[in-house]
Ligand binder design. Structure first.
Ligand code: MLZ
Length: 463
């Protein structure tokens, strides 16, 4: 069930109609089921769906053919065949729903097709009508819904497995966690060795915040774990002796090789998305170079003395940029907190006696992603990653997207990469039975609550 903040179930249909917005196509999301067959999903495709426009008291379930009028992610606006231009009985459905079938399904499985009662008398010969109507039309592939679920089941990370995940209370370190639940490739993790009972963290299976057991040991990342686990990593990594419930390197996406084989050096300056305030791109420094091209990045001017807010980005991460990126793209760069007057990279580099990371070190690949400003999506609030919320792409800068949460202040916005597994097509939550936070609405006559700023205030945690 999808609940909005008012406790009601959020319904995309009327919201899309009232906002007149479009939605990003399922083909934009490489981490969701059926993304690779979405080119065939065009307006006018026909499906077989339950016919709900029937006399009350009928006990057999009957079906009818409907046309896809509009497609919004997985959500579709449908019209029963025979209604012509009459939109009075149009209805919404989800292409991943168990109730949506290819044309021919009823015939194959002996289900009954019966015209809606509103138009029953419109044609004398419905069979002839359908035959005429169906010639030359397209339908969806058979067993659409079960194929989607098979695809989800093919993933290797399963409930009960152990893996390493960023410590949400101290992002410069990793911890050991166990997978408690998998919903549509999103993992509900419990930190192991936690004093709290339900010390949870949520992320997608291909999130860059999780790694196989032994990863911290392999790359030299800080790890908050029991002595036993730390010693066990030695044999896991060196002898490749993994336990039956260990998540292993083959279960994770491979990182690219850095371009030109060049590498970042400690002290180099760059621009980076602030991992603790994703609405800001900040002046940053390479604080440490780990093995396998991982970097610890610090945000200039707000770094904790003990390095507890350094954050690990891979050298090919799309969330780090060369000096000047914001200026070239007309984006606001967040300068170090102590900056007086306008920030100038040239002066800053001279004053700090530092060097800009060479542009050549950055991956400049921009995939053809298909996202455009104004498109609706379902997006994870990465500061509270159990929440998936109704959101809009408000800016597209190369491969970078600015995600705005509908109804929330702009300081909740997030910069994320177009290939991020934390954004989903409209209708994904419904299809996966994941909860969805509707747009934030303020009750009328209620004084507007003070804006809770999500600006990083020396915090080192994701809630
Ligand atoms: N307790 C939080 C919820 C914010 C969720 C916003 N999601 C876009 C707050 O009010 O800050």
């Amino acid at each position: 069930t999808c609940r909005s903040d008012a406790g009601r179930v959020f319904d995309w249909g009327p919201y899309l109609m009232s906002t007149q917005a479009g939605a990003a196509s399922v083909s934009c999301f490489k981490h969701v089921p059926m993304h690779d067959c979405w080119e065939q999903m065009v307006d006018g495709v026909l499906v077989e769906v339950p016919n709900t426009d029937v006399d009350v008291g009928r006990d057999v379930k009957v079906y009818w053919i409907a046309t896809v009028l509009r497609i919004y992610g997985y959500k579709v606006l449908l019209r029963y065949e025979g209604f012509g231009n009459d939109g009075s009985k149009d209805f919404w459905s989800n292409l991943l729903s168990e109730d949506v079938h290819n044309v021919g399904w009823c015939a194959t499985y002996g289900k009954m097709l019966a015209p809606p009662q509103t138009i029953r008398d419109k044609y004398a010969d419905w069979k002839e009508f359908l035959i005429k109507r169906l010639t030359g039309t397209r339908t969806i592939p058979p067993h659409f819904c079960s194929k989607a679920h098979e695809w989800l089941g093919e993933h290797k990370i399963k409930t009960g497995m152990y893996l390493e995940v960023v410590n949400k209370m101290c992002v410069s370190a990793m911890r050991l966690a166990v997978v408690k639940d998998v919903i549509g490739c999103r993992l509900r993790l419990n930190y192991v060795d936690s004093v709290e009972d339900n010390d949870e963290f949520w992320c997608h299976m291909s999130s860059s915040l999780i790694h196989p057991v032994g990863w911290s040991h392999t790359v030299g990342h800080k790890l908050h774990a029991s002595h036993d686990y730390i010693t066990s990593c030695l044999s896991k990594v060196t002898m490749q002796k993994f336990g039956p419930n260990d998540a292993t390197p083959d279960m994770f996406p491979k990182c690219k090789d850095p371009p030109h084989g060049l590498s970042f050096q400690v002290g180099m300056k760059l621009e980076a998305i602030d991992p603790l305030n994703l609405s800001a791109i900040c002046v940053a420094t390479v604080m440490k170079v780990l093995r396998n091209n991982y970097l610890m990045i610090g945000i200039d001017g707000s770094m904790a003395e003990n390095g507890s807010d350094w954050f690990c980005y891979h050298a090919t991460s799309p969330c780090i940029f060369p000096v000047g990126f914001c200026e070239i793209n007309n984006l606001q760069l967040t300068p170090p907190r102590e900056t007086i007057g306008p920030f100038k990279w040239f002066d800053y580099l001279r004053e700090t006696g530092s060097m800009a990371a060479p542009v050549k070190l950055f991956d400049k690949d921009i995939p053809k992603h298909g996202f455009r400003p104004g498109m609706k999506v379902e997006a994870v609030d990465l500061m509270e990653p159990r929440l998936i919320c109704v959101a809009t792409v408000t800016k597209v800068v190369g491969r970078l997207l600015r995600i705005h949460f509908d109804g929330w202040e702009n300081n909740y916005d997030q910069w994320i990469d177009c290939s991020s597994p934390d954004i989903y097509p409209v209708g994904w939550c419904e299809a996966m039975k994941h909860s969805l936070e509707g747009p934030h609405t303020r009750l009328e006559n209620q004084p507007s609550t003070p804006v809770i700023s999500r600006k990083r205030k020396g915090k080192t945690q994701i809630y």
